[in-house]
Write a protein that binds this ligand. Structure first.
Ligand code: PRP
Length: 210
């Protein structure tokens, strides 16, 4: 049995559809319910719905053998897991954003609001810029509008949240997409089954790469 942590939400549903197509169906998962675990013994899979930021925690500690996590989450939390490939889904980019007219004069500490303090710290360290991190948990775009921060470091997908709040991308830090990850010990113990699953998934994955 392979235990698979799926990120709850739209990406998770797309990813489950891929597993189903690849020959690992578990139709009960598509029924409206509050259930979090679904098993198909015949197909050798057990799926969990986890909060996207928690997927690497389940995988790192071995509660799940594999999982799907955004590169943003992997960069931020640096879990000790194997990255088995880029599914080419959930594409977006990590950006610095702020008012389009913002120019960093570098004469004061830059106030940066973000859900991703480690990514922000690393990025600004790489450009030798001193910053004050303001850690928020959501609706990050609000921060520069109400004067809580100068800029934000956040995910931009369509750009509509920025546009609708009169903000713009100032710098692109890194492209983001969904990755297949594996527990290090589980990968050794279930090597054949996980490799087979990986091959079947990536054969279907347009734009994906191992
Ligand atoms: C994410 C991100 C941006 C938005 C970007 O927020 O933090 O706010 O999506 O998408 P867009 O470029 O397509 O507009 P999310 O919806 O996860 O909610 P949050 O504000 O609670 O973090």
């Amino acid at each position: 049995m392979i235990n698979i942590a799926l990120p709850k939400g739209r990406l998770g549903e797309k990813v489950y559809a891929l597993f189903e197509q690849a020959g690992y169906p578990c139709p009960a998962i598509k029924e409206e319910s509050r259930k979090l675990i679904f098993e198909n013994e015949a197909a050798g899979v057990r799926y969990f719905w986890a909060k996207p930021t928690d997927v690497p925690v389940y995988v790192e500690r071995g509660a799940a053998d594999i999982g799907i996590a955004g590169k943003d989450i992997l960069l931020e939390y640096a879990p000790d897991v194997y990255e088995l490939g880029d599914l080419g889904m959930g594409k977006c980019r990590m950006c610095v954003a702020g008012p389009a007219t913002f120019r960093d004069s570098r004469d004061a500490t830059l106030r940066v609001a973000t859900k991703f303090p480690n990514i922000a710290k690393q990025y600004y360290a790489s450009v030798s810029r001193q910053i004050d991190i303001i850690k928020l948990n959501g609706s990050i775009e609000l921060a520069p509008i109400v004067g809580l921060s100068d800029v934000i470091v956040d995910i931009v997908e369509t750009g509509s949240t920025l546009r609708e709040n009169d903000l713009a991308v100032l710098e692109t830090i890194v492209p983001i997409s969904a990755r297949l990850i594996a527990n290090k010990a589980g990968y050794k113990f279930k090597y054949e089954a996980i490799r087979t699953m990986r091959e079947k998934l990536f054969a279907l994955c347009e734009g994906g790469s191992i």
